[in-house]
Ligand binder design. Structure first.
Ligand code: SF4
Length: 215
């Protein structure tokens, strides 16, 4: 069994409930969407992608080479390769994992992960609206919305109401790949979170390292 892989590296989780947790990032290749502001186009855009094909054993060996037993499975859209992720996790007893997804594909691997970071894409992403397949009744799911402009906030309000997502499961994160724009948007978002009872999540990797890969 082979997996389409982008990169594996050791860092800290820079977003969401596990912010700051040391993690091995398993970034898979391929995505079923094409967000205009995607900060990981190298995982799916053939013009800039350096994806490789790896065996399950090669991936497991690389993960085990780091002194860390928490995995962040990201992409791209990792739910496209759930069977392969399952095979990897079965070879990693004692590890915990969280998975990041755009929410357009049903999860078969919820029992194997401790958290699903679902990030539904809004109209400003340039994608057509799609049905949410990761339901809020899934206790492991949280919902992270990337906010680019003011109109996104109205859309988020409508989205969470129509999908029955409780405010305490919602995380707002500023869009941006530059330190100053992320900082300015963060300050605005914190006020919205205080008002609506959402969580705020920073974009720590951008704040610390800019738009650099593998850090
Ligand atoms: S869903 Fe995620 S990986 Fe795919 S294009 Fe959008 S931001 Fe990029």
């Amino acid at each position: 069994m082979k997996i389409l892989l982008s990169e594996i590296f050791h860092s800290i989780q820079g977003e969401g409930p596990n912010l700051g947790r040391p993690s091995v990032f398993l970034r898979l290749g391929g995505c079923n969407l094409a967000c205009s502001w995607c900060d990981s186009k190298f995982t799916w855009n053939p013009e800039i992608s350096d994806n490789k094909v790896a065996t399950i054993n090669e991936v497991v060996k690389k993960i085990k080479s780091f002194p860390c037993k928490h995995l962040v499975i990201t992409g791209g859209e990792p739910m496209l390769q759930q069977d392969k992720i399952t095979a990897i996790l079965k070879k990693l007893p004692g590890y915990t994992a969280e998975i990041e997804t755009n929410g357009s594909i049903s999860s078969k691997i919820s029992p194997l992960v401790e958290q699903i970071n679902c990030s539904p894409k809004l109209r400003s992403s340039g994608n057509k609206p799609y049905a949410l397949k990761i339901k809020p009744t899934n206790k492991k799911a949280i919902y992270k919305f990337v906010v680019q402009k003011k109109s996104d906030l109205q859309e988020i309000k409508y989205y969470i109401k129509s999908n029955k997502i409780p405010a305490e499961k919602v995380y707002l994160m500023p869009e941006g790949t530059k330190h100053t724009e992320v900082l300015t948007r963060s300050k605005r978002l914190i006020e919205i979170c205080k008002k609506e009872g959402y969580h705020f999540t920073p974009r720590l990797h951008i704040m610390l390292f800019g738009n650099k890969r593998g850090v």
